[in-house]
Design a protein around this ligand. Structure first.
Ligand SMILES: Nc1nc2c(ncn2[C@@H]2O[C@H](COP(=O)(O)OP(=O)(O)OP(=O)(O)O)[C@@H](O)[C@H]2O)c(=O)[nH]1
Length: 338
């Protein structure tokens, strides 16, 4: 995406296209930060190979396009990896919503084609639906990274999905009306870079049309927004107080911030409780799925064993019958010769 303006210019930008806020979610290492950088057209988010995760907290960066449209991109850590603690996710979700002040125009679910999606990746959908309700799927777009790897193997995304698509991914794709885009975050080809971002932004436009231009918000957003507005108004009020010393004003402000932090902690705890419930349900479901898979494997092995036993028995019967036939023929030959 060439010709973007400096970040500081965004306040003066104007466009016939409304601003967009996009949130990247997905497993650690799937390429969220690299995709964020591709969208922004510059290397802003830290992106590198690491099993421990590079992004430690959600960050917002923005780009102003040539026509003045502002694209806000929020990069998140691997929020819904099964190893991530609910306490951490809770805080990050609250941070993320606070960053996305005006609501979210699209949630980009990032998967990589440089390997098979793991079963635990279905937790992304589970958690998003628990936190934000089923309406969130109207805002979801699937981003597959690793387009260069597919090209190297002479494969298309359709080929990949035909061979490697687990059931949960099919369900996610269906839920979001097959809105998907393939990214090659390694390409140096300017045209390819621009085309993949344009494809994504046109999917974001189709999401906006589907939702009558309204970004995603819910009670959680409203509650956090109200708290932020209350904090700002109360601080302003304190600043305009007359007849108080500087240290008294400082103390008033401190009290207001303590009360705000308390509200944030309450909301964070609420989110954590929801997440813990989902994690438990998901763990149970994954356990059941694994047990069912093991049972099916055992049954298949048994059938195979049974059929090989039967084949052995049949072969023995056949050999016995052949032997008997030969003996009969011998006897018959003797009789004829007599
Ligand atoms: N070949 C190839 N590598 C990619 C692509 N996208 C990302 N990567 C690589 O994948 C690794 C992980 O990418 P990140 O962008 O750091 O992944 P992330 O999801 O942000 O990971 P965390 O920040 O740790 O949660 C890096 O080495 C990237 O260079 C791609 O399209 N093609």
């Amino acid at each position: 995406m060439g010709g973007d303006m400096m970040e500081d210019d965004w306040e003066f930008a104007s466009s016939s296209n409304p601003n967009r806020t996009l949130v990247l979610v997905g497993r650690t290492g799937n390429g969220k930060s690299a995709t964020g950088n591709s969208i922004l057209g510059k290397k802003t988010f830290k992106s590198k190979a690491s099993s421990r995760g590079v992004t430690s907290t959600s960050e917002l960066r923005r780009v102003v396009q040539e026509d003045g449209q502002i694209i806000n991109v929020i990069d998140t850590p691997g929020l819904f990896d099964l190893s991530t603690a609910a306490e951490f996710i809770g805080k990050e979700i609250v941070r993320c919503i606070t960053l996305a002040e005006g609501g979210i125009h699209a949630v980009l679910l990032v998967f990589t084609v440089r390997g098979r999606p793991t079963d635990e990746e279905q937790s992304v959908l589970y958690h998003l639906q628990t936190l934000f309700g089923s309406k969130i799927s109207d805002y979801m777009i699937i981003v597959f990274t690793g387009g260069d790897d597919l090209e190297d193997n002479d494969e298309t995304l359709e080929d990949y999905l035909g061979q490697e698509c687990p059931e949960f991914l099919k369900e996610i794709l269906e839920l979001c009306d097959n809105r998907m885009v393939l990214f090659d975050n390694k390409t140096a080809n300017k045209r390819k870079k621009a085309e993949q971002v344009q494809k994504l932004l046109s999917l974001v436009d189709s999401v906006a049309r589907k939702n009558n231009g309204k970004p995603f918000t819910d009670e959680l957003f409203h509650e956090l927004q109200e708290e932020a507005i209350k904090l700002r108004d109360q601080k302003k009020e304190v600043e305009s107080l007359k007849g108080y010393s500087k240290s008294e004003i400082f103390e008033f402000k401190k009290q207001i911030e303590i009360s705000y932090d308390r509200q944030l902690s309450r909301i964070t705890e609420m989110v954590e409780t929801k997440l813990k419930e989902t994690a438990k349900r998901l763990e149970k479901q994954l356990g059941e799925e694994q047990a069912a898979r093991l049972e099916a494997e055992e049954r298949a092995n048994e059938v195979q064993k049974r059929s090989s036993d039967e084949i052995k028995k049949l072969r023995e019967n056949l050999e016995r019958a052949e032997k008997e036939t030969k003996e009969l023929q011998k006897k018959l030959g003797k009789c004829i010769n007599l």
